[in-house]
Design a protein around this ligand. Structure first.
Ligand SMILES: Nc1ncnc2c1ncn2[C@@H]1O[C@H](COP(=O)(O)OP(=O)(O)OP(=O)(O)O)[C@@H](O)[C@H]1O
Ligand SMILES: [Mg+2]
Length: 266
């Protein structure tokens, strides 16, 4: 069975989608079969991977209903429907999202979460790694992801609210691990710097985070707005867009650290 990794933080804009995209594609380039699931109605990951013409073709939604067989993550929540992942490149597949994900609640939340867990069981037999990009809130989408996952990866920024975000996320993990999914484990915390040169306040919060929490990755993702935004806009990974950049180097290191943490070696 493949490993399932939920990339989650209830705080918005901390790097969840960037981490999912770059890590998952690097692992696919290393020869593993990888599926990414856009589990956020904002659909940022989907926008980062396929263009609007392709989206219309694969995420079919007509007459207030998402068509069975379309590549839409809302089908993961519906009984009897199964989405069809699309191949983005060799070894790398996507189940995308649209804003309709937020409207997929015709069943009870309990039924939706059970459906999602069943579908993830099914897909984990077909892929080496599955990454689930979660929305920035403690919604049913996050609960479903944590209920199905082996690991949670928490990207964070170096601020007081970043620190609170880690706490909140760890509480959610604890609750779900105790009651629903005993195999759930924290894979690690990924620190994103928010300033070009780490300012004193960031240095302070980094030492607090490293003191108060374990499983913090050594790699810190540096701030590089131009590279990060341009790469996503042009639908490329950081590695593809700016292979010699500091950011590309750090994502390479982070990928290796994650693989080692999952017991997979580099
Ligand atoms: N290293 C970086 N330096 C500067 N900007 C970055 C970096 N990484 C990502 N960004 C940008 O920061 C913004 C937020 O990143 P991202 O979308 O990955 O966060 P998120 O946690 O998924 O957000 P949301 O909570 O809305 O889903 C994006 O515009 C992204 O391009
Ligand atoms: Mg996101």
């Amino acid at each position: 069975m493949g490993k399932i990794i939920a990339v989650a933080n209830q705080k918005g804009g901390v790097g969840k989608t960037t981490t999912t995209d770059n890590l998952a594609q690097r692992i696919a380039e290393k020869g593993k079969k990888v599926l990414v699931i856009d589990n956020d109605p904002q659909a940022s990951l989907t926008d980062a991977l396929i263009n609007s013409e392709q989206i219309k073709k694969v995420i079919k939604h007509e007459k207030n209903r998402t068509k069975p067989g379309s590549c839409n993550s809302c089908l993961l929540y519906l009984e009897g429907e199964i989405p069809e992942p699309i191949e983005i490149k060799k070894n790398f597949y996507l189940i995308g999202a649209s804003k309709h994900l937020a409207e997929s609640g015709t069943n009870s939340e309990f039924d939706m979460i059970c459906e999602f867990m069943d579908k993830l069981d099914f897909f984990s037999g077909q892929y080496d790694y599955i990454f689930i990009d979660c929305p920035p809130s403690a919604t049913i989408f996050q609960t479903a992801a944590l209920s199905s996952a082996d690991y949670v990866l928490i990207p964070t920024e170096l601020t007081a609210s970043g620190l609170r975000g880690i706490e909140e996320q760890k509480q959610s993990i604890k609750k779900i691990k105790r009651r629903v999914n005993t195999r759930l484990d924290l894979l690690g915390i990924v620190i994103y710097a928010r300033h070009k040169r780490k300012i004193v306040v960031e240095q302070h919060f980094e030492s607090v985070i490293r003191e108060e929490h374990d499983k913090i990755f050594d790699t810190v993702i540096p701030y590089s707005r131009k590279t990060a935004v341009e790469a996503r806009t042009f639908q490329k990974t950081i590695q593809e867009y700016a292979p010699k950049s500091e950011l590309a180097k750090r994502f390479e290191e982070l990928t290796d650290e994650c693989l080692v943490a999952m017991g997979a070696g580099r």
